[in-house]
Design a protein around this ligand. Structure first.
Ligand code: SF4
Ligand code: SF4
Ligand code: SF4
Ligand code: FES
Length: 308
């Protein structure tokens, strides 16, 4: 494997050939803001927040999709770069509810983080804002598309698992939105409530219904556990508030890893001090079920009873 030397913000960096500028900067402990990039997904260069200045280039370069070249000289926080990022954030805020005071993502929201970092307090644009109904038809997942910044990460992560592709982009321009097929609510779609889309969503557009209002992000401590129900070895996070586990959330959404609802519910039953009533979809409707049914253990239970 060949290596490439370049300079980022005056620092000499040596990385493997083919590395993106964004990852090379990370290696030099330089953080470049990103909204549509995620380590678990193919980069698409959609949001443009990660743009950097490259000496000799005529335009700003999206660092998540551009590979390093030998001798490259990169500036990640030049006045031109900062101006471009402020403009992008200004545009995003122009159609955003800005209800950080009550948003469950407050404290862990990329839009909030970057607005603070680049001192964008409000939008200088005036115009129409979306007024979509909040979709909480699925007992586990809450979708507030008024907060969606159209990064597309939920769409890409859903498509990473075989036979999913539950959500996608619809419409154009101002009316572009993320939706299940035929504009249905999530509960009517083929969604399997795996919550991998929640893991990658950078803002408060996708949140856990069962954790709504239970605690601010800075009050919650996460502890990673691995599910042993099957060989996939999916990872989940126990969410502690004080000494109590108040809920289990999906962990790393690696390629093909199902992060199935059964596994998450199993972790709820094992660790949650006050586990939620399990709900499963039957005849297109979510209904309360027993834990035995939720965890698919009817067969095992029947066998055990027959042994008696
Ligand atoms: S999504 Fe982020 S910026 Fe929007 S209201 Fe929630 S915390 Fe604030
Ligand atoms: S919860 Fe899972 S299946 Fe449902 S939309 Fe999100 S990623 Fe797709
Ligand atoms: S719902 Fe979240 S992850 Fe999906 S496009 Fe909107 S902001 Fe991105
Ligand atoms: S993070 Fe690079 S374009 Fe979005």
């Amino acid at each position: 494997m060949d290596f490439v030397r370049l300079t980022i913000n005056g620092k000499e960096v040596e990385v493997q050939e083919g590395t993106s500028i964004l990852k090379a900067a990370e290696q030099a402990e330089i953080n470049i803001p990103r909204l549509c990039y995620d380590d678990s997904l193919e980069p698409v260069g959609a949001c443009r927040l990660c743009v950097v200045e490259v000496k000799g280039a005529r335009t700003l370069i999206p660092s998540c999709v551009a590979a390093v070249t030998p001798g490259m000289v990169v500036e990640t926080e030049s006045p031109t770069v900062i101006k471009a990022r402020r403009m992008l954030l200004d545009l995003l805020l122009s159609n955003h509810p800005l209800d950080c005071l009550t948003c469950d993502k407050n404290g862990d929201c990329r839009l909030q983080e970057y607005a603070y970092r680049y001192d964008v307090k409000h939008s200088s644009f005036e115009g129409e804002k979306h007024n979509y109904l909040i979709d909480d038809s699925n007992p586990y997942i809450r979708r507030d598309m008024n907060k969606c910044i159209l990064c597309g990460k939920c769409v890409r992560t859903c498509a990473q698992v075989k036979d999913r592709k539950v959500i996608g982009f619809a419409n154009r321009g101002f009316n572009t939105k993320i939706t299940p097929a035929m504009y249905t609510e999530l509960a009517e779609s083929d969604c399997v409530s795996c919550a991998r889309c929640l893991v990658v969503c950078p803002v408060g557009a996708l949140t856990y219904n069962n954790l709504a209002g239970k605690g601010r992000t800075y009050e919650i401590r996460k502890e990673r556990v691995t599910c042993s129900f099957c060989d996939a070895g999916c990872q989940f996070d126990l969410n502690y508030k004080g000494e109590q586990v108040i809920g289990v959330t999906a962990g790393a959404p690696g390629e093909g890893r199902p992060l199935c609802l059964k596994g998450r519910l199993g972790m709820e039953l094992l660790y949650n001090d006050n586990p939620p009533t399990p709900m499963l979809k039957k005849d297109d409707q979510f209904v309360e079920v027993s834990w035995v049914e939720a965890l698919g253990m009817e067969g095992l239970l029947k066998k055990l009873m027959e042994q008696d």
